[in-house]
Ligand binder design. Structure first.
Ligand code: ADP
Ligand code: MG
Ligand code: MG
Length: 887
C-alpha cells in the first residue's frame, strides 16, 4: 500500500504486522495530502475527526494519554512519500510536551534532563519546521549555553541550562511570531500535520522531484507515531544500520549508533558514533535481537535494507526500514549473493543493477579513503569534464614525445596538454591518463581516451598551462613537469600528489562476470563490438563480444608510412600509377586484417570499406596558399639560378596540389565524396581493400582459424551504388578465394545511414546479406543536424530549455530515427528473410537504445569494447521486460 501510505508508512505497517517491535501509531494518507492541496490547504472533510479517533485508539493501546502528566502520550509526525526522498521533507519529534506534561514525564522516567531536552527539541523543530523561524537563531542560543559547559557538547548541558534554553527559545518564538508557543498537544499535532503536508511543496522536495522525475501529484503521507527515547541514559541509544555493507556489499550488518542520543543525532554529526558491531559488547541481548530482525527484514523484502532503530532503556524499537542505497560494487555483489542464498531469482538480480554503473568496474578507481585524505590536505586542485572514466596517478608531463619516452621507460605519467590532436597519440598511449585545459566531451583527447579506456579529464579551464616553464598553476598552487598529479575521469577531479588506486578487475570468479553470464542466458540480442585493431578486438572479446560489428579502415590509411602513399594515390593522374600505389598499400591492410581475424577466431568480423572525406588526407587551401606566397617571395629574393630553378619546381608542384585541393574542396564535406561514393570514384581503391580482406582471411584460415568476413559498403543512398560496388567487389573476393583455393563463408551488406537507404530497404535488401544501422549519421541526416557543429552549441541549449528531451546522439530517438529503423527492418526482412540486421552506432552501448534494439528485433548490437558488458546486461534487462521483435 505504498502509494497510499507512503514508503515509510507501508513498511512500518508491514513490520507491525510481522510482530516486530514498532512504536504504535497511525497514518494519514497521501490522498489526504493531495486533497489538502486542492482544498486551499484545508484538511479535507472528516480528516481531523478521524485523527481524533485514531489518537483515542492509540491512547487505548498504549495506556498513555495526550496531555496527561501522569503517563503522557508523546508522538512524532513523520513525512513519507511513495519513494524515499531522503532528508527532503520534514519530521517533528516530541509532540505533546508542555510544561505540565514535562513534569510528569520527568517523574515517570526518573530523568528530568531527558524531559527538558525533549521539550527544547520540540520548540526548536516546531518553530523551525512548522513556523519557518530561521534555524540558525535557535542554534545560536544553544551554542551560547554550550559554550558555558566544559565539554561544549549537547549532552553537557545541565538541567538548569536546559530550562534557560527553553525559556530563551520560547521568547524567540514569541518575538518572531507575536504568539506564544502552543502548549496544547492537539494544536501541536494539527499544525505539525499541516507542516508535513506543506513540506511536499517545499523547495528541497520540489527540486528533488524535478531532478529524479518524480510526479508532483503523488503527495506525502504523515506518520503519527508514539515517541520512544534513546536519550534516557547509557542503557538507551539510537542508530542506523544496513543489513549489508552498502559500499562493498559484504554480508555483514553495517552501521553506526550512539548511546544516550535521540533521533537524528547520529546523522547530524554532533558526536562521533560507534560502529554498530560494538553494540555486541555494549548490549549483547539487544544486539542478538537486532541481528535477528535485520535478517528477517532482509528475507522479507528480499533486498538489502536500511534500518533506523532506537533503544529505550534496553528495549529495542524499530523506526524505519527501506531498501538501502548502494554503490555499483555493492549492487552487483548483493544481487549475485542473494541468488546464491536462494533469496531472489537470477532475473531479479539482473534487473537490480543499473547497466551504466558497470562501467565503474572496468577502470581503475581511487581508494575512497585516500581521496578523503587528499581533500583534507587541500590537494584537490580543480574540476574539469569527466571525459573518460577511470583514475590515474603519475608524473605530469607536458608534451607527447616526453610522455612517450618516459612512459616506455616504465614510469607512470599523465599527459597534460592545452588540448590534444592526432600528433599526440604516441604520448597518449604511454600515459596513464590525459588532462587537457580546453575541449569538451567530444574533443580529441576525450574520444581517444574513451576508446582506450584511459582516464581523461578534459576542458579543465582553471588550470593555466604555461608551456614555456612547463608547468600549470591553479591559484597559488603550481604543478611543474615531473610533479605527481592524480586525475579522476569518472568525476572530473584533479589532485596534486599521488593517490592510491584500486585496479579494475574482470576475472572469471568475480560477481560481475557471474551476473553477466546469467545475462547471456536470458538475452536475445547478440552483443558485438566496434574495434579497429587487434588490441581492441581482444579486449572486447574478454568483455564478452561475439563479433565485430564495425571495423573502420580509415585509420589504417592515416598511419605514418601509409599516408604519403594515399596522398599520391589521390593525386595520381592515370590508372596504372594509381594501381602501383594501391599495390603498395595492400600488404599493410592485409596484415591489419590478419591480426584482427586471429583475435576474433570463430566470430564474424564486419569490415567497413573506406569512409573518410578524402580531403582530410591533403593540406588545406590556406596552408597551400601561404606556402605559395612564401615560395614566390623566396624566388624573388634568391638570384642564384640553381636555387631559383629548385624553388620554381617546388612552386609548380605546390600550385598543382592547390589545383587538386581546390577541385576537391566541398562546402559540405560531411555530405560530400564519402563512403561508397569514394569507392566508386577512385577505381581500384575498394578492390584493393576487399583483396586485402580476403587474402588475410584465406591466410589465417590456413592457420586453423575460423573466419567469417563480412564486407560493409558505407553511406549507400541508392540501390545502384550498392549493386555497382557489390558486383565489382564480390568478383575480387571470388578471385582471391579461387587463387588461394580457400572457400569462405562471407557476406556483403550495407550500412544504413541515410534516410533514403532506410526508406528503400526492400529494394536494397535484395542485394545485401546484411544491414547495419549506422545511427550516428542516420541521426544527423534524420534531424538535419551536424553533430560536430551542434553538440557544444545549440543542441545543449535545446536540452536545457526542454525543446529536446535528451541528446539524440546519446540516446536513440525512437520516434524519428527509430521509426525509420523499424520500417527498414520490416521491409528488409520481407524482401530477404535471411537478412542479418544489426546496429553499430555509438548508441548501441547505451541501455535505452539497446532496449529499443531488442524491441524492434535487431540480431545484434555492436558497442565499443568498454560498453560491451553494459550492452550485455541491458540486453538481458530488455529481454525480461519486453517481447523480442514486437511488430
Ligand atoms: P527521515 O525520513 O528524514 O529520516 P524520519 O521520519 O525517519 O525522517 O525521522 C527523523 C528522525 O527521528 C529519525 O532518526 C527517526 O528515527 C527519529 N524518529 C522519528 N519518529 C520517532 C519516534 N516516534 N520515536 C523516536 N524517534 C523517532
Ligand atoms: Mg528516517
Ligand atoms: Mg557514416
Amino acid at each position: 500500500m505504498r502509494n497510499l501510505l507512503g514508503g515509510k508508512g507501508a513498511n512500518l505497517s508491514e513490520m507491525t504486522n510481522a510482530k516486530l517491535p514498532v512504536p504504535p501509531g497511525f497514518i494519514i494518507t497521501t490522498e489526504a495530502c493531495n486533497a489538502y492541496f486542492t482544498h486551499d490547504k484545508q484538511f479535507p472533510e472528516g480528516m481531523w475527526d478521524q485523527v481524533l479517533a485514531a489518537i483515542k485508539t492509540l491512547e487505548e493501546s498504549t495506556g498513555k494519554r495526550l496531555g496527561d502528566s501522569r503517563n503522557p502520550l508523546l508522538v512524532s509526525a513523520r513525512s513519507g512519500a511513495r519513494v524515499s526522498m531522503p532528508g527532503m521533507m520534514d519530521t517533528v519529534l516530541n509532540i505533546g510536551l508542555n510544561q505540565k506534561v514535562l513534569k510528569g514525564f520527568a517523574e515517570l522516567t526518573g530523568n528530568e534532563r531527558v524531559a527538558w531536552d525533549a521539550y527544547r527539541r520540540l520548540i526548536q523543530m516546531f518553530g523551525n519546521i512548522v513556523k519557518e523561524i530561521d534555524r540558525h537563531k535557535f542554534e545560536a542560543i544553544l551554542d551560547e549555553y554550550k559554550a558555558k559547559t566544559s565539554g561544549g557538547r549537547d549532552t553537557d548541558l545541565t538541567v538548569a541550562m536546559l530550562k534557560d534554553v527553553v525559556h530563551d527559545f520560547k521568547a524567540l518564538y514569541k518575538a518572531e511570531l507575536g504568539k506564544k508557543f502552543p502548549d496544547e498537544p492537539l494544536e501541536q499535532i494539527r499544525e505539525a500535520i499541516g507542516a508535513v503536508f506543506n513540506s511536499w511543496f517545499g523547495a528541497p522536495a520540489t527540486a528533488y522531484r524535478n531532478a529524479e522525475g518524480i510526479p508532483h501529484d503523488w503527495g506525502t503521507a504523515v506518520n503519527i507515531q508514539t515517541m520512544v527515547f534513546g536519550n534516557m541514559g547509557e542503557r538507551s541509544g539510537t542508530g542506523v544500520a544496513f543489513t549489508r555493507n552498502p559500499a562493498t556489499g559484504e554480508k555483514i550488518v553495517w552501521g553506526e549508533y550512539l548511546l544516550n542520543a535521540q533521533g537524528e543525532d547520529v546523522v547530524a554529526g554532533i558526536r562521533t558514533p560507534h560502529p554498530i558491531s560494538e553494540l555486541e559488547d555494549d548490549m549483547p541481548k539487544i544486539w542478538k535481537e537486532f541481528i535477528k530482525i535485520s535478517d528477517r527484514l532482509e528475507r522479507h523484502y528480499r533486498d538489502m535494507q536500511d534500518l533506523e532503530f532506537t533503544i529505550e532503556r534496553e528495549k529495542l524499537w524499530m523506526l524505519q526500514t527501506r531498501t538501502g542505497k548502494r554503490t555499483a560494487f555493492a549492487a552487483v555483489k548483493i544481487a549475485v549473493d542473494m541468488v546464491n542464498e536462494g533469496l531472489i531469482k537470477k532475473k531479479d538480480a539482473i534487473l537490480r543493477v543499473n547497466p551504466i554503473q558497470i562501467d565503474q568496474f572496468l577502470h581503475p578507481r581511487f581508494d575512497p579513503e585516500a581521496v578523503e585524505k587528499a581533500k583534507n590536505k587541500g590537494n584537490l586542485l580543480a574540476w574539469g569534464l569527466n571525459a573518460s572514466p577511470g583514475a590515474a596517478t603519475g608524473h605530469a608531463i607536458f608534451d607527447a614525445d616526453t610522455a612517450a619516452e618516459r612512459g616506455q621507460a616504465g614510469e607512470k605519467v599523465i599527459l597534460v596538454r592545452p588540448e590534444t590532436n592526432p600528433d599526440d597519440v604516441h604520448g597518449m598511449i604511454e600515459s596513464q591518463g590525459i588532462l587537457t585545459q580546453r575541449g569538451g566531451m567530444t574533443s580529441h583527447a576525450a574520444v581517444v581516451a574513451r576508446g582506450w579506456g584511459k582516464a581523461c579529464v578534459a576542458g579543465c579551464e582553471t588550470i593555466a598551462i604555461d608551456m614555456d616553464t612547463r608547468s600549470f598553476r591553479v591559484g597559488d598552487k603550481v604543478v611543474r613537469e615531473g610533479d605527481y598529479i592524480s586525475i579522476d575521469g569518472t568525476t572530473g577531479a584533479v589532485f596534486k600528489g599521488k593517490i592510491s588506486t584500486i585496479e579494475a578487475s574482470f576475472d572469471e570468479e568475480s560477481e560481475l562476470v557471474t551476473l553477466l553470464t546469467w545475462a547471456d542466458e536470458i538475452r536475445k540480442l547478440g552483443v558485438w563490438t566496434n574495434a579497429d585493431n587487434a588490441n581492441d578486438a581482444a579486449r572486447a572479446r574478454a568483455f564478452g563480444a561475439e563479433g565485430i560489428g564495425l571495423c573502420r579502415t580509415e585509420h589504417m590509411f592515416f598511419e605514418e608510412e601509409r599516408r604519403p602513399l594515399v596522398v599520391k594515390m589521390i593525386m595520381s593522374e592515370d590508372e596504372s600509377e594509381r594501381q602501383i600505389l594501391l599495390d603498395q598499400l595492400l600488404p599493410f591492410q592485409r596484415e591489419d586484417f590478419e591480426d584482427i581475424f586471429r583475435a576474433m577466431d570463430g566470430f564474424p568480423v564486419i569490415v567497413r570499406l573506406i569512409d573518410p572525406p578524402m580531403h582530410e588526407f591533403l593540406p588545406t587551401k590556406d596552408e597551400l596558399n601561404e606556402e605559395i606566397c612564401q615560395l614566390k617571395l623566396n624566388i624573388k629574393n634568391n638570384p642564384t639560378p640553381a636555387k631559383q630553378k629548385r624553388l620554381k619546381k617546388k612552386l609548380k608542384e605546390t600550385e598543382n596540389l592547390l589545383d587538386i585541393v581546390e577541385s576537391m574542396w566541398e562546402v559540405n564535406p560531411m555530405m560530400g565524396l564519402r563512403g561508397c561514393r569514394a569507392g566508386i570514384s577512385y577505381p581500384g581503391l575498394t578492390e584493393m581493400q576487399v583483396r586485402a580482406i580476403f587474402e588475410a582471411a584465406c591466410n589465417v584460415t590456413k592457420e586453423g582459424i575460423k573466419v567469417y568476413p563480412e564486407v560493409m559498403i558505407p553511406l549507400v543512398s541508392h540501390v545502384n551504388e550498392l549493386m555497382l560496388e557489390r558486383e565489382k567487389l564480390e568478383k575480387v573476393a571470388k578471385d582471391v578465394m579461387k587463387e588461394k583455393k580457400s572457400p569462405l563463408d562471407y557476406k556483403f551488406g550495407l550500412m544504413i545511414e541515410t534516410p533514403r537507404a532506410a526508406l528503400t530497404a526492400d529494394i536494397v535488401a535484395k542485394y545485401a546479406d546484411f544491414f547495419s544501422f549506422g545511427t550516428n549519421d542516420l541521426t544527423q541526416m534524420t534531424y538535419g543536424v551536424s553533430r560536430d557543429d551542434a553538440e557544444g552549441k545549440f543542441l545543449r541549449h535545446y536540452i536545457t530549455w526542454g525543446i529536446l528531451p535528451n541528446n539524440p546522439f546519446e540516446i536513440l530517438d525512437r520516434d524519428g530515427v527509430g521509426a525509420l529503423m523499424k520500417m527498414a527492418i520490416e521491409k528488409g526482412r520481407k524482401a530477404n528473410p535471411t537478412l542479418e540486421i544489426g546496429g553499430c552506432g555509438e548508441h548501441f552501448g547505451e541501455p535505452s537504445s539497446v532496449e529499443f534494439s531488442h524491441i524492434v528485433g535487431l540480431n545484434y548490437v555492436s558497442a565499443s569494447p568498454f560498453r560491451v558488458p553494459i550492452a550485455r546486461l541491458a540486453a538481458a534487462q530488455a529481454a525480461i521486460q519486453h517481447k523480442y521483435g514486437r511488430k
